[in-house]
Design a protein around this ligand. Sequence first.
Ligand code: KMH
Ligand code: ZN
Length: 312
Amino acid sequence: MADKLIITAALTGNITLPMMTPALPITPEQIAEEAIRCAEAGAASIHIHARDPKDARPSTNVDFYREIAQRMKARTKAIFVPTTGGTASMTIAERIKVVPALKPEMATCNMGSINFSIHPVAERYKDSDQKFPWEKEFAASTKDFVFKNSFADIEYYYNTMIENGTKPEFELYDVGHLYNMAWFVRKGIIKAPIWMQFVTGILGGIGCDVDSILAMKNTADRLIGPQNYKFSTIGVGYPQEFNANVLSIILGGNVRVGLEDNLFINKGVQAKGSWELVEKMVRIAKEMGKEIATPDEAREIIGLKGLAKVGY
Ligand code: KMH
Ligand code: ZN
């Protein structure tokens, strides 16, 4: 079972803007429906960013997250994994409040600070392309955005998660973040078994290319020890999403697809939804001889407390 492939679907993010694709789910109901469809297609884990239904802006409102989580729980066993990433305007405390409120099985824990930018997007779209008036301004503002995750922040996030029985899904955007993680492991704060994601291809982070992904894997093996962690890889953009995931499988890792990271199912053809990206990933993985993990198998592989112990 440990060899089975865990597929994560990342449905919305907050750097995918409504003007970029008509397929982006916005309301809690739409996000939950998309999650269920991705689970039916083969995703064991669903990474969630909520949005305010009134204007589609990224939101930390716990009520939106609760509604998504409850709708999912009623119809699927797929793992609900809320973000703690937030946006530039959100405080650290605001970003994590979903964890004590809902006590999810898993939530993201970002392992270091980086520039995190989509400002070139603002130049690619006309004002009239916008579905909501804030979109281009939001994209442009990320030119000055430092995604802050200091040692103090990471410790606070990690401890809050452990207190609530929530497993951190560590997000690492560059090799230096593995050194941050190794420091926490050496100090006995972060303990194995570790579940981490190599996030490649963000403007501000490590690139999505073979050398960079190998650098992440080799550094993780050297600093953390291959026996202490399991991983998944994210490649931002098309065809990077699928290329990164193929390499991840070859290296013994897992995969993530979805509109948070990539909008295209084929060159120049937008995906109809994250579920279509999951379906493609399943086809590729099966051709590579992989079996797909069910949500309960993923729970066992990652080491999660189970749906009976969540707070929603
Ligand atoms: N909000 C982005 C800056 C996460 O989900 O934890 C980073 C992000 C990571 O989306
Ligand atoms: Zn995210």
